[in-house]
Design a protein. Sequence first.
Length: 151
Amino acid sequence: MNDAPHARANDHVGERLSGYLDGELTQQDRQRVEIHLDGCTECRDLLGELEGLRHRLGKSGVGGKSEAEWRENMEDLGVKLSRGIGWILLLGAAVIIAGALVLAFLTDPGVSGGWKLLVSLFYLGLLTLFGSVLRQRWIEHKTDRYKDVEI
C-alpha cells in the first residue's frame, strides 16, 4: 500500500479546509493539509471554491456588522429590558416552585421530623452560601475598575 502524501479516496482534507482558511488549525494539521493540497487537485479545487465563496460573501455585505455595531445592538434598551424581564420571570418561577416543594416536603407526614430538620439545615446552608457569593459578586461588580475594559 502506498503511503505517499498523494490523495486516496478516504484521505481528502475537505472537512479541514474551512479551518485551514480561517487559520484555526494547529501547525501540524495545517502542514498536513498543505502537503495534501500539493498532491490533490480535487482538494485544491475545493479550496479555490471556498476562497471564491468567502470573497463573494465578503463583498455582499451579509453579516457585515462591525463588532461595535453588534455590541451597540446588545446594549439596546429593548434588549436590556427583555433580558431583565426574562430573568425576573425565571427567578420568580424558580422561587415559587422551590417554595411549593419545600412546603410539600415539610408537611409530608411520611417523613420523620429529624430528616425534615436535617434536610432543611442542608438547604438553608446551601442558600446562605449562595446568598454570600451573590452578595460578594454584587459588591465586586460595583467596585470593579476593569469591568468596562474591552479586550
